[in-house]
Design a protein around this ligand. Structure first.
Ligand SMILES: [Zn+2]
Length: 366
């Protein structure tokens, strides 16, 4: 191991003995008391020295022989340490375009070398995006740009002018086949090494008409429920962006659970949803979709999908975010598994205690 204090986190002295790594509170860490000699040793932890060489440097600085080991352990616990050897070996496989993403992963994931591992996991992942409208194609391109090895986009028909978006289908694709145009839009972000035939690990259901994201049709999800494929809903319904829920079949509330739960509270719900769907089919105008809202929704969806692939617990199931114009203040809507839903999530849900909570940021003193 060649200890390297994560270069992604900016360092600043708060006073003569207290160091702060990182700027924003979510990931900033305080370290102290730090003596001048310890700080000098920390300066040498830049990934160019192994532990034996750091021992030698510690001796030169008049620090005890146990200090380098103790210090690296403390720094690792605080999430500040990376292993430069892990980084170097993987460097050849990571394109320069992904360097900022790698640095970000090193901020989010504490263990030395875990950022490189996360990018490798992304490269071996395969995600399917169903729906190549403003939201769907932007999500797909973003996932490919984030290093996901294989992103498939499924849709029919030809590109309409209102399907295009700055991060998705380009204006010149109007009139070409949606799936082919989406493949091209995604393909330009593919890493040379990407492309795999792994099993689809996650499906994003991003219908062009957001009504199908707002009130998801259980029939659409049947193939994914049957194969146990995790799926995540998202889209823009009128002037509201929808992100979620993530469905882990048989474990967390599915579209059918949502429909059954809502119908219990509001008996007229199926009637209303049925009218919306019929209206969609008869509609001749274009559905409302603010381009900035679509881009925002796509960005959050992509972040949730990556969080799921990265396994950081940030993408939790059983709820969805709603972002309504003009303020975009997110509100969350919680779901519970329905007792009578054939998916069986209700029995699992009953056994679970508590919900996943955000990990508190590490602080360290002494
Ligand atoms: Zn269900």
């Amino acid at each position: 191991m060649h200890p390297m204090i994560k270069p992604a986190l900016r360092r600043g002295w708060r006073d003569r003995q207290t160091l702060q790594y990182g700027m924003a509170p979510a990931h900033a860490v305080l370290l102290g008391p730090v003596t001048d000699h310890t700080a000098a040793l920390m300066d040498l932890m830049d990934g160019t020295r192994n532990m034996d060489q750091l021992q030698e440097e510690a001796r030169r600085l008049g620090l005890g022989p146990h200090i380098p080991q103790q210090l690296t352990e403390r720094l690792a616990t605080a999430g500040l340490l990376d292993d430069a050897t892990a980084d170097r070996e993987a460097s050849a496989a990571i394109s320069d375009r992904l360097r900022p993403d790698l640095a970000s992963l090193s901020v989010v994931h504490h263990a030395p070398g875990s950022a490189v591992q996360r990018l490798a996991t992304r490269r071996s992942a395969r995600i399917q995006v169903r729906g190549a409208g403003r939201v769907g194609t932007t999500v797909a391109a973003t996932l490919a740009a984030a290093g996901v090895g294989q992103v498939d986009v499924i849709d029919g028909g030809d590109v309409e002018p209102w399907d295009t978006a700055p991060g998705g289908l380009p204006p010149h694709s109007v009139g070409s086949r949606r799936d082919a145009a989406a493949r091209t839009a995604v393909g330009q972000w593919r890493d040379g090494r990407n492309g795999n035939r792994a099993r689809v690990g996650l499906v994003l259901i991003t219908p062009r008409d957001g009504a199908d994201a707002y009130a998801p049709d259980p029939r659409t999800a049947e193939p994914f429920m049957e194969t146990g494929t995790p799926h995540l809903y998202g889209g823009v319904a009128e002037a509201t962006g929808i992100v979620g829920p993530l469905v882990l079949p048989g474990i967390t509330p599915c579209a059918d659970c949502l429909m059954r739960g809502r119908t219990e509270r509001e008996p007229s719900w199926p009637l209303l949803v049925g009218q919306w769907r019929t209206a969609n089919r008869r509609r001749t105008g274009t559905p409302a979709c603010d381009i900035a809202l679509a881009t925002t929704t796509a960005g959050i969806l992509a972040s949730y999908a990556l969080s799921y692939i990265d396994g950081d617990g940030g993408c939790t199931s059983g709820y969805r975010l709603r972002l309504a114009l003009p303020h975009l203040l997110p509100s969350t809507e919680q779901f519970t598994a329905h007792d009578e839903c054939p998916c069986g999530a209700a029995s699992v849900h009953a056994a679970r205690t508590g919900s996943e909570t955000a990990e508190p940021h590490a602080t360290m003193t002494g």
